[in-house]
Design a protein around this ligand. Sequence first.
Ligand code: SF4
Ligand code: SF4
Length: 326
Amino acid sequence: MSPETAVRVIDALDEGLSEINRIRVHLYGGEPFINLPAIEAMVKRAGDKKPGRIGFVVTTNGTILSDAVIDLLEAGKFDIVLSIDGPAEVHDACRKRVDGSPTHRDVMRFLETVRSRTSCYVTGAAVIRSGWRLLYASEYLRTLPIDNVKAQAVRLAAGTPYALTEEDMKLYQQDLEAIGRQVIKELEAEKVPMDRRFAGRVMKLLIKGEGLMRYCDAGKSNLGITPSGVVKACLLVDEEDAVLGHVNDDVEVWKQAGLKWQERPLRKKCTSCSYLQLCGGGCPAVVPVCGDEECKIVHKECDVANVIYEHFSDKQENLLGLVGIV
Ligand code: SF4
Ligand code: SF4
């Protein structure tokens, strides 16, 4: 993305989403810090808007560390999603530089520097692959100086390298139950849980919302913008009609196209699914790739969300810890 397009992205979102109070720009895909000029341009332009209106999130592999990166993170008050799969032997098995050298040590150095020189909120994000358990990743991340734990199964079609096998999936589901128990303990202690994966579903149960709340808000409150400025309903969706326009278009062009995309009917399988109310139809980018395997994870997450909700039936105020209120 050129700095000019980066500036236009900020202007287009600011102009186009006037009815929305806060806009979060999440930089991800590849490694964002290989393009510092575009990020600098965005942060600078966001500084010209109403204070607090535009916030930033970055997903990074933590391998590019310089004074410029750290200063930018602090200037933009970034939320950082830092990829850390596990201890060195687990992380380095997949996350290598082009020359084959390992990166875990660089990531730890990045984390230490972010902690000592910025006030950024840090999420440690692990990808769970075949042979590497969710619970182990979660326990490892909890030993690090981070604010939030995010560990999720790799989204690949069953049978492909790294995809969870049937045995891995059983362990993954067991581990979701264990994480649910951990969340209950934290909520009982009136703490904000480090793992927030159940928050959305528990909140749905709490507000007893009528009608269907879709899982995916692409096109409505989530938009994807490519490096050349093409606006999509979501960057992860490949379908042709997910292209909504361009940041240089009149904002109404992509806003209206986004609302139309959002109205697409649910998949037939979802309309007859007993988990629909709590699932909301899943992620249109993941479900076509992972199919039933994704639904198995969703079912377990919904079941665990129900257990958490029921556990606090007499003291529902404790559940607010899931959304950071204690
Ligand atoms: S669990 Fe699967 S089938 Fe059921 S609503 Fe969600 S995505 Fe659709
Ligand atoms: S398609 Fe998936 S990743 Fe994209 S906004 Fe929807 S739920 Fe999120």
